[in-house]
Every structure is written in C-alpha cells, then in structure tokens.
Design a binder for this molecule. Sequence first.
Ligand code: BLA
Length: 497
Amino acid sequence: DLPLPDADLNDCADEPIRVPGGIQPHGRMLVLAEGDGRLVALSENWAEAPPLPQWNDWLPQRVAALRLGEAPVPLGTVTLERGTRWDVTGHRAPGLVVLELEPAAPPLGLQAPVYGLAHHWLPRLQAAASVQALLALAVEEMKRLTGFGRCLAYRFDEEDHGEVLAEVLDEGYDAYLGHHFPAADLPAQARQLYLLNQIRLIPDARYTPVPLRCVDAAWRPTGMDLSWAALRSVSPLHLEYMRNMGTLASMSVSITVRGRLWGLISCHDHAPRHVPFETRVACEHLGRLLSLQIEAREDNAEVARRLELRRITLELVSRLADSDGTLRSLAAEPALLRLARATGAAVVLDGDCWTLGECPPAARIQALARWATQQDREVACSDRVEQVLPLPAPPAEGDAVAAGVLAVSISQVHRHVVMWFRPEVVQTVRWAGEPRKPVQQGDGRLHPRRSFASWEELLRGRSLPWAPSEVSAALELRQALIGIVLRRAEEMAEFAT
Ligand code: BLA
C-alpha cells in the first residue's frame, strides 16, 4: 500500500523485460529458426561470422532434443577466433532456437559443486530444525559456492514486501539482515518471470547492452522472447537500482513454494564477478532443494497447527453439549481463547453479551458484532479494526481497545455472534531506504531510490494477523455450534408436541 501514483508503478510494470532486444556483453548469442535451423539473428559482438557450417556435425541432433519451456542445456564447446574456447548452451523459445556462448570455464569434473551439494549440504539441510535454519544454511552455501561479498535470503509478505531473514557478508558490506524491501523494487512481470526462470546473473551492472541484429526480415529483435536466456539484457531501471546500492555484480535465485514466489536468495558484490555455468546450475539446484524443504516444513507446521486447533474445537463442543448447551456458556470456557490465540472473546446474543478475558466495553462489542454481521460472510476478521470501524470517541482510561477482531455469525435471523479480540502490537519496520519516496527525474519517470540506509517506520493500530488455520478453526466451531443450536431447537419442538 505504498502511496505511489499508479502511473509511476505502471512505468515499472511496463518494462518489457522478456523481449529486451539485446544481451549482456559477457557472451554472444545466435538465434536459429526452429524448423530448418537457418540463422535468424545474432548479437552484434561477433568478431567474425559465426562458423555455423563447422558445427553441422553435432548441432542439429542436439538442438532437436531441446524442448520449449525448459532451461538451457549445455551443447558443447567450440573454438572461435584466435583459438578462444566457448561453452555453448541452447534452449527453445517460441519459433526459435537460442544458442548462448560464454568463455569456456575449465571443466571441474569430480570437483563440480553439484556433488558437494548432494553429499554434504543436502543432509545438513534435511537436519535443520526450522525455516530460519534452512535459510541460514542456504546463504552460507551460496557464498561458499560463488564467492560473492554478501548473500542474503528474503521472504515476501502478503503485501509483497521483502524481509531479509538470513545473511552472510564480508567486511565492508552493509548489513541488511532484518530490513524490509518494498514491493515496488520488484515489479509484477519480473516476479512472474522469476517463477519460470529461477536464476539470474548480472556480472557487471555498468555494462552497455549488445543489440541483437536480425538477418531474417520476418523477425524483429524485440519480437524474440529471451525469458530463458542467461544473457538476457536486464532492465536499465534495475541496473540503476544495483548501482545505487553499490552493487556491481548480482546473482539471484528464486525460492518458489506451492507455485508462488516465496522469496529470493540474492548475492551481491562491490566488484564485477562472473559465475561459471556449472556453479550456476548448482546454485539453481540449491534454490530448488531449499524451496522443497521450506514447502515441506510449512506444510507440516500447518497440519500440526490445524490438528491442535481441531482438538480444541472438539473439547469446546463436547463441554458445551455436556452443559446446558446454550451459547452463553461458551464464554465460560478458557479454551475459547486458545482456539484463536486471542486475549479476549465474547458471545453476543442480540442485545446481550458475555465476555471472557480482555474485551472492549459492551457498546464497542455490539458495534463490532453489527459490523461483522453486515459483512454477510460466515467469518469476518481484521487485524486493524480502527481502519474498518473507527472508534466514535477516544477510549476511556483503562478500557481495552481491540486492534484485531475475528467473528463468526451463527444465525441468519438474530445477531448471534462469537468474537475474538487481540491487542495492538506496535511494530517497528526497518526499511532499506525510505520506501515512500519516489525519485522522479527530469525524464518524468520513476527511478529506484538512491539511499538504502536504514529507515524506521512505526506501524500502529495493528494486531498480529489472523492465521488461515485460526480462521478455519473459527469456521469449524461455527459449524458445530449451528449443529448444537439446531439439535436443541428440535428437542424443544419434540417436548412441545
Ligand atoms: C528486478 N529487483 C529486480 C530483481 C531484484 C530486485 C532481486 C531481479 C533481478 C536480479 O536478480 O538482480 C530487487 N535486489 C532487489 C531487492 C534486493 C536486491 C529487493 O538485491 C534486496 C536485497 N526497481 C525499482 C523501481 C523500478 C524497478 C522503482 O526499484 C521501476 C521503476 C524495476 N526491478 C525493476 C525491474 C526489474 C527489477 C524492471 C526486472 C529486471 C529484469 O529482469 O530485467
């Protein structure tokens, strides 16, 4: 909810990052037609004509094995002018085969980083006790593999802001641990692309892009999709961002969990730095192993939480059935608070109200109950109540003010509502640079901010958020209460006849 004008953010979201029409200069590119393999385009940094005929023995079969939508595959090594050796990788793009050449790195054989990853790192990862510990292992290993001056891992929140949860750095690097990065740093189309292509290397943020030149009149450079290309030229806005941060080289690996971009591992260096293909493959693999482990931990924790809450719901329901079965007796059950990790709870039956723990005054409870029933949903909740229903007057001395409310309504006819309350938790958010300050320059466009120095924001009026498991526990209780109420009504009807 950054108050930046929409037009500016659209600026960023319009950046055509998949089809930049050029590449980074540390490699060369050839683009072939997918059917007959004729040359369609080449980057303008070939010293001499690419010796395609010499590659005719091996290129066609290897290219035929490439599949659309899959990551680049190593195809071999070729010798070009002055005996220089180049590693070739290839991948498919719609209608095209894309060949990328980078200066050949010495083959690492049994020293290849992927072996260490499988034999030593993965067992440590599996033994780690928490998501936090997984991230710490990941940044440590990334730094060891690549030699970058700083490696950090950050997670995106519900509003897409990133929070740095783990970091290792060399002397002379600013620490970002615990800092937040605003969502606008990473526009939506970039997030979408990084779900697909999970690794990006920018060896030198000061580079001048090398344009692609089409030799086939049917194509334009900006018509060629470079989503999977390692050499894809990066948005100039992002290069400016890196330079503002004092980062000349960066490599990022996506963390994807349940099909969403969960976070990123980001590596930075004050000096230009290249990372060879074999190491990049290991780093990408590291990201995927980490993602799977995070997903498994989160799923397990969620199942455990739901089981615990189901146990509490059953306990509540059975005690209620044993007692006089009226809704008001719920307000005498401390388990009601545990069900939603709340500090207060109330049962509202039209004009009457029974409370447990720390609750706002009755009039405020009634107002919130009306708000909840007006939502016309089975469950209503907010972690910033003041925003959805402002207090009519400042609270009296000693009155509890609920910042969070969760409510289920159990009748369509009456105002019968069970509600939970949480107090305010004042949060200090430490941003890497003031996030609400768009930097507009002479060109009228939005530019990345210049400073990444710590900037603290105090968030007031919010409670801890209601977790999905807590909301579903409230819904489950609602279902059970409706059952009990109906059964009582039927029993009464039987007595009456
Ligand atoms: C891309 N922004 C990115 C990327 C990262 C960030 C990681 C992906 C490219 C890469 O892997 O390096 C942001 N980098 C960060 C963050 C950290 C970091 C949060 O190291 C934290 C440590 N960016 C802006 C503004 C605009 C913008 C104002 O700040 C638009 C005007 C644009 N960022 C922008 C664009 C891309 C990007 C367009 C896509 C770059 C590309 O892939 O071509």
